[in-house]
Design a protein around this ligand. Structure first.
Ligand SMILES: Nc1nc2c(c(=O)[nH]1)N[C@H]1C(S)=C(S)[C@@H](COP(=O)(O)O)O[C@H]1N2
Ligand SMILES: [Mo]
Length: 310
Protein backbone atom coordinates (compact mmCIF):
# COMPACT_ATOMS: atom_id res chain seq x y z
CA UNK A 1 0.00 0.00 0.00
CA UNK A 2 1.49 3.30 -1.03
CA UNK A 3 -0.57 6.44 -0.63
CA UNK A 4 0.58 9.83 -1.68
CA UNK A 5 -0.06 12.81 0.56
CA UNK A 6 -2.28 14.30 -2.10
CA UNK A 7 -4.41 11.16 -2.43
CA UNK A 8 -6.18 11.58 0.88
CA UNK A 9 -6.83 14.23 3.46
CA UNK A 10 -4.20 14.24 6.20
CA UNK A 11 -6.76 13.19 8.78
CA UNK A 12 -7.91 10.20 6.71
CA UNK A 13 -4.38 9.08 6.00
CA UNK A 14 -3.38 9.46 9.61
CA UNK A 15 -6.21 7.25 10.80
CA UNK A 16 -5.36 4.67 8.13
CA UNK A 17 -1.73 4.71 9.18
CA UNK A 18 -2.60 4.19 12.83
CA UNK A 19 -4.81 1.22 11.96
CA UNK A 20 -2.03 -0.13 9.76
CA UNK A 21 0.54 0.26 12.53
CA UNK A 22 -1.71 -1.41 15.08
CA UNK A 23 -2.08 -4.38 12.71
CA UNK A 24 1.67 -4.50 12.23
CA UNK A 25 2.39 -4.45 15.93
CA UNK A 26 -0.05 -7.34 16.35
CA UNK A 27 2.28 -9.29 14.07
CA UNK A 28 -0.02 -9.49 11.06
CA UNK A 29 2.51 -8.04 8.68
CA UNK A 30 6.25 -8.58 8.84
CA UNK A 31 6.91 -6.04 6.13
CA UNK A 32 4.63 -3.61 7.91
CA UNK A 33 6.53 -4.08 11.14
CA UNK A 34 9.82 -3.24 9.52
CA UNK A 35 8.29 -0.09 8.14
CA UNK A 36 6.13 0.98 11.05
CA UNK A 37 8.64 -0.02 13.71
CA UNK A 38 11.26 2.40 12.48
CA UNK A 39 11.44 5.11 15.12
CA UNK A 40 11.06 8.39 13.36
CA UNK A 41 11.58 8.03 9.66
CA UNK A 42 11.53 11.04 7.38
CA UNK A 43 11.31 10.89 3.61
CA UNK A 44 9.99 13.03 0.79
CA UNK A 45 8.67 15.68 3.12
CA UNK A 46 6.76 13.33 5.38
CA UNK A 47 7.59 12.55 8.98
CA UNK A 48 6.80 9.74 11.38
CA UNK A 49 7.29 9.41 15.08
CA UNK A 50 7.29 6.22 17.11
CA UNK A 51 3.95 5.69 18.89
CA UNK A 52 3.99 6.60 22.58
CA UNK A 53 1.98 5.32 25.57
CA UNK A 54 1.72 9.00 26.59
CA UNK A 55 -0.60 9.69 23.64
CA UNK A 56 -4.34 10.04 24.17
CA UNK A 57 -6.57 7.67 22.21
CA UNK A 58 -8.99 10.53 21.52
CA UNK A 59 -9.52 11.30 17.84
CA UNK A 60 -7.35 14.22 16.73
CA UNK A 61 -8.70 17.35 15.12
CA UNK A 62 -8.27 17.55 11.38
CA UNK A 63 -5.13 19.01 9.84
CA UNK A 64 -7.32 21.81 8.49
CA UNK A 65 -8.61 22.71 11.95
CA UNK A 66 -5.18 22.54 13.57
CA UNK A 67 -3.61 24.77 10.92
CA UNK A 68 -6.39 27.33 10.45
CA UNK A 69 -7.42 28.18 14.01
CA UNK A 70 -4.27 29.42 15.73
CA UNK A 71 -2.87 31.81 18.28
CA UNK A 72 0.46 33.21 17.07
CA UNK A 73 0.42 36.95 17.74
CA UNK A 74 3.64 37.48 15.78
CA UNK A 75 1.40 36.99 12.73
CA UNK A 76 -1.66 38.87 13.98
CA UNK A 77 -4.25 38.52 16.72
CA UNK A 78 -7.02 36.90 14.65
CA UNK A 79 -7.41 33.13 14.70
CA UNK A 80 -6.98 32.99 10.92
CA UNK A 81 -4.11 35.49 10.71
CA UNK A 82 -1.32 32.93 11.31
CA UNK A 83 -2.59 30.70 8.47
CA UNK A 84 -2.68 33.76 6.21
CA UNK A 85 0.65 35.35 7.20
CA UNK A 86 3.06 32.73 8.55
CA UNK A 87 4.20 31.51 5.12
CA UNK A 88 6.55 34.53 5.09
CA UNK A 89 8.72 33.11 7.87
CA UNK A 90 12.10 31.66 6.83
CA UNK A 91 12.55 28.50 8.89
CA UNK A 92 15.67 27.11 7.20
CA UNK A 93 18.37 27.82 8.23
CA UNK A 94 17.37 27.95 11.89
CA UNK A 95 19.47 27.89 15.03
CA UNK A 96 18.55 27.52 18.68
CA UNK A 97 20.99 29.18 21.08
CA UNK A 98 21.22 27.14 24.26
CA UNK A 99 23.00 28.85 27.12
CA UNK A 100 23.04 29.90 30.74
CA UNK A 101 23.69 27.20 33.31
CA UNK A 102 24.60 24.42 30.87
CA UNK A 103 27.78 22.40 30.29
CA UNK A 104 27.75 22.67 26.50
CA UNK A 105 26.31 26.05 25.48
CA UNK A 106 26.10 26.78 21.78
CA UNK A 107 24.11 27.14 18.64
CA UNK A 108 22.18 23.97 17.79
CA UNK A 109 20.39 23.05 14.57
CA UNK A 110 16.89 21.59 14.60
CA UNK A 111 18.30 18.22 13.40
CA UNK A 112 20.76 18.21 16.34
CA UNK A 113 17.95 18.69 18.84
CA UNK A 114 15.33 16.47 17.18
CA UNK A 115 17.08 13.88 14.98
CA UNK A 116 14.86 11.64 12.84
CA UNK A 117 15.71 8.51 14.82
CA UNK A 118 14.51 10.07 18.09
CA UNK A 119 11.13 11.35 16.90
CA UNK A 120 8.02 10.27 18.76
CA UNK A 121 4.35 10.80 18.05
CA UNK A 122 2.53 12.48 20.93
CA UNK A 123 -1.21 12.93 20.54
CA UNK A 124 -2.08 15.52 23.18
CA UNK A 125 -5.03 17.58 24.24
CA UNK A 126 -4.42 21.33 23.95
CA UNK A 127 -6.44 23.62 26.24
CA UNK A 128 -6.17 27.33 25.54
CA UNK A 129 -6.69 29.77 28.41
CA UNK A 130 -9.46 31.29 26.25
CA UNK A 131 -11.52 28.14 26.97
CA UNK A 132 -11.29 26.17 23.73
CA UNK A 133 -9.56 22.87 23.05
CA UNK A 134 -8.19 20.59 20.35
CA UNK A 135 -6.46 17.23 20.10
CA UNK A 136 -3.19 17.46 18.15
CA UNK A 137 -0.90 14.66 16.93
CA UNK A 138 2.54 16.22 17.44
CA UNK A 139 5.85 14.75 16.35
CA UNK A 140 8.83 15.64 18.49
CA UNK A 141 11.33 14.72 21.16
CA UNK A 142 11.23 14.88 24.95
CA UNK A 143 12.76 18.16 26.16
CA UNK A 144 14.51 16.14 28.89
CA UNK A 145 16.66 14.41 26.26
CA UNK A 146 17.72 17.74 24.78
CA UNK A 147 18.60 19.13 28.23
CA UNK A 148 20.57 15.98 29.05
CA UNK A 149 22.48 16.40 25.79
CA UNK A 150 23.56 19.97 26.60
CA UNK A 151 24.16 19.12 30.27
CA UNK A 152 22.25 21.01 32.97
CA UNK A 153 24.50 22.54 35.65
CA UNK A 154 23.59 21.82 39.29
CA UNK A 155 22.56 25.43 40.02
CA UNK A 156 19.88 25.52 37.29
CA UNK A 157 16.27 25.69 38.52
CA UNK A 158 14.32 27.04 35.52
CA UNK A 159 14.31 26.95 31.74
CA UNK A 160 13.57 30.08 29.74
CA UNK A 161 12.44 30.11 26.10
CA UNK A 162 12.30 32.86 23.48
CA UNK A 163 10.68 33.15 20.06
CA UNK A 164 12.34 34.73 17.06
CA UNK A 165 12.13 38.50 16.52
CA UNK A 166 11.88 39.30 12.82
CA UNK A 167 9.32 42.01 12.03
CA UNK A 168 10.24 41.89 8.32
CA UNK A 169 8.65 38.45 8.19
CA UNK A 170 6.39 38.49 11.24
CA UNK A 171 3.81 41.17 10.46
CA UNK A 172 2.32 41.13 13.95
CA UNK A 173 5.68 42.25 15.38
CA UNK A 174 5.45 45.60 13.58
CA UNK A 175 3.17 46.69 16.37
CA UNK A 176 3.88 46.45 20.12
CA UNK A 177 0.88 44.20 20.86
CA UNK A 178 3.16 42.19 23.14
CA UNK A 179 6.65 42.98 24.42
CA UNK A 180 8.61 41.00 21.80
CA UNK A 181 10.20 38.52 21.87
CA UNK A 182 7.46 36.21 23.15
CA UNK A 183 8.94 34.53 26.24
CA UNK A 184 8.02 31.54 28.31
CA UNK A 185 9.50 29.49 31.12
CA UNK A 186 9.21 26.26 33.05
CA UNK A 187 10.53 25.02 36.35
CA UNK A 188 13.31 22.49 35.70
CA UNK A 189 11.23 19.54 36.95
CA UNK A 190 8.40 20.58 34.60
CA UNK A 191 10.86 20.82 31.73
CA UNK A 192 12.20 17.34 32.54
CA UNK A 193 8.72 15.77 32.83
CA UNK A 194 8.28 13.03 30.18
CA UNK A 195 5.18 14.80 28.80
CA UNK A 196 7.12 17.96 27.85
CA UNK A 197 8.32 17.91 24.26
CA UNK A 198 9.94 20.02 21.59
CA UNK A 199 7.81 19.40 18.52
CA UNK A 200 9.02 19.62 14.93
CA UNK A 201 5.99 18.21 13.12
CA UNK A 202 2.31 17.34 13.28
CA UNK A 203 0.36 14.56 11.59
CA UNK A 204 3.04 13.37 9.15
CA UNK A 205 4.26 16.81 8.13
CA UNK A 206 7.10 19.07 9.23
CA UNK A 207 5.69 21.71 11.58
CA UNK A 208 3.48 24.15 9.64
CA UNK A 209 4.68 27.73 10.10
CA UNK A 210 1.45 28.81 11.80
CA UNK A 211 1.94 26.10 14.43
CA UNK A 212 5.46 27.22 15.35
CA UNK A 213 7.94 26.00 12.73
CA UNK A 214 10.52 24.73 12.81
CA UNK A 215 10.54 23.86 16.51
CA UNK A 216 8.17 24.71 19.37
CA UNK A 217 7.47 23.68 22.94
CA UNK A 218 4.42 21.57 23.89
CA UNK A 219 3.37 21.31 27.57
CA UNK A 220 -0.04 19.60 27.49
CA UNK A 221 -1.13 20.06 31.13
CA UNK A 222 -0.72 23.84 30.96
CA UNK A 223 -2.72 26.50 29.15
CA UNK A 224 -1.69 26.79 25.52
CA UNK A 225 0.22 30.05 25.96
CA UNK A 226 3.02 28.15 27.76
CA UNK A 227 3.67 26.15 24.55
CA UNK A 228 5.89 28.77 22.91
CA UNK A 229 6.38 28.63 19.15
CA UNK A 230 9.35 29.08 16.79
CA UNK A 231 11.95 28.91 19.57
CA UNK A 232 15.41 30.44 19.00
CA UNK A 233 16.75 30.61 22.55
CA UNK A 234 16.73 28.24 25.53
CA UNK A 235 18.42 29.47 28.71
CA UNK A 236 18.93 27.59 31.97
CA UNK A 237 18.66 29.94 34.95
CA UNK A 238 18.36 30.00 38.73
CA UNK A 239 15.51 32.55 38.70
CA UNK A 240 11.87 32.29 37.63
CA UNK A 241 11.77 33.53 34.03
CA UNK A 242 9.54 36.33 32.85
CA UNK A 243 6.70 35.03 30.70
CA UNK A 244 4.98 37.25 28.18
CA UNK A 245 1.36 36.86 29.28
CA UNK A 246 2.16 37.29 32.96
CA UNK A 247 4.22 40.35 32.08
CA UNK A 248 1.23 41.78 30.18
CA UNK A 249 -1.40 41.10 32.87
CA UNK A 250 -0.19 39.31 36.01
CA UNK A 251 -3.63 39.35 37.64
CA UNK A 252 -4.99 37.21 34.79
CA UNK A 253 -2.07 35.05 33.64
CA UNK A 254 0.47 33.42 35.94
CA UNK A 255 3.80 31.68 35.62
CA UNK A 256 2.41 28.19 36.27
CA UNK A 257 -0.71 28.35 34.10
CA UNK A 258 -1.69 24.78 34.93
CA UNK A 259 -5.08 23.92 33.47
CA UNK A 260 -7.42 24.14 36.47
CA UNK A 261 -11.23 24.13 36.28
CA UNK A 262 -11.43 25.42 39.86
CA UNK A 263 -9.45 28.60 39.33
CA UNK A 264 -11.37 30.90 37.02
CA UNK A 265 -9.91 33.58 34.84
CA UNK A 266 -11.02 36.91 36.34
CA UNK A 267 -13.18 37.53 33.26
CA UNK A 268 -14.49 34.02 32.48
CA UNK A 269 -15.02 30.54 33.90
CA UNK A 270 -12.43 27.82 33.32
CA UNK A 271 -14.84 25.02 34.31
CA UNK A 272 -15.74 24.10 30.72
CA UNK A 273 -14.40 24.72 27.24
CA UNK A 274 -15.48 24.70 23.62
CA UNK A 275 -14.26 21.73 21.59
CA UNK A 276 -13.02 23.00 18.23
CA UNK A 277 -14.49 20.96 15.40
CA UNK A 278 -17.32 19.49 17.42
CA UNK A 279 -19.88 21.52 15.52
CA UNK A 280 -22.11 24.36 16.55
CA UNK A 281 -24.13 22.33 19.06
CA UNK A 282 -22.95 20.14 21.89
CA UNK A 283 -19.38 21.23 21.48
CA UNK A 284 -18.63 21.94 25.14
CA UNK A 285 -17.02 19.67 27.67
CA UNK A 286 -15.82 19.86 31.25
CA UNK A 287 -12.25 20.96 31.74
CA UNK A 288 -10.15 18.44 33.67
CA UNK A 289 -7.57 19.27 36.33
CA UNK A 290 -4.14 19.47 34.65
CA UNK A 291 -6.03 18.95 31.38
CA UNK A 292 -6.38 15.27 32.30
CA UNK A 293 -2.65 14.72 32.87
CA UNK A 294 -2.78 14.70 36.68
CA UNK A 295 -1.40 11.18 36.98
CA UNK A 296 1.84 12.34 35.34
CA UNK A 297 2.16 15.83 36.84
CA UNK A 298 0.14 16.37 40.05
CA UNK A 299 3.00 15.30 42.33
CA UNK A 300 5.11 18.22 41.10
CA UNK A 301 2.67 20.63 42.76
CA UNK A 302 2.11 18.81 46.05
CA UNK A 303 1.73 21.32 48.86
CA UNK A 304 1.38 24.32 46.54
CA UNK A 305 -1.69 26.53 46.67
CA UNK A 306 -2.72 26.49 43.00
CA UNK A 307 -5.14 29.38 43.45
CA UNK A 308 -2.15 31.53 44.42
CA UNK A 309 0.28 29.95 41.95
CA UNK A 310 -2.08 30.11 38.95
N1 LIG B 1 5.58 32.71 20.00
C1 LIG B 1 4.30 32.45 20.30
N2 LIG B 1 3.98 31.26 20.81
C2 LIG B 1 2.69 30.98 21.12
C3 LIG B 1 1.67 31.94 20.97
C4 LIG B 1 2.04 33.21 20.40
O1 LIG B 1 1.22 34.12 20.20
N3 LIG B 1 3.36 33.42 20.08
N4 LIG B 1 0.36 31.65 21.33
C5 LIG B 1 0.19 30.59 22.34
C6 LIG B 1 -1.20 30.21 22.56
S1 LIG B 1 -2.18 31.33 23.39
C7 LIG B 1 -1.70 28.99 22.18
S2 LIG B 1 -3.28 28.51 22.59
C8 LIG B 1 -0.86 28.04 21.39
C9 LIG B 1 -1.62 27.63 20.14
O2 LIG B 1 -0.89 26.65 19.42
P1 LIG B 1 -1.45 26.14 18.03
O3 LIG B 1 -1.79 27.35 17.19
O4 LIG B 1 -0.36 25.32 17.42
O5 LIG B 1 -2.67 25.33 18.31
O6 LIG B 1 0.39 28.61 21.01
C10 LIG B 1 1.03 29.35 22.03
N5 LIG B 1 2.37 29.73 21.62
MO1 LIG C 1 -3.95 30.13 24.13
Amino acid sequence: MKLNWSDVTPHRMFLDRRKFMAASVAGLSVAGLALAGRAGAQSAGTMTGAPSPLSTDQTPNTFEEITNYNNFYEFGTGKEDPARNAHALTTDPWAVEIGGLVERPGSYGVEDLAPDNALEERIYRLRCVEAWSMVIPWIGVPLAGVLDKVGVQPGAKYVEFETLVRPEEMVGQRRAILDWPYREGLRLDEAMNPLTILATGLYDQPMPNQNGAPIRLVVPWKYGFKSIKSVVRITLTDREPVNTWKQLQASEYGFYANVNPEVNHPRWSQATHRVIGAGLFGGREETQMFNGYGEQVASMYAGMDLSVNY
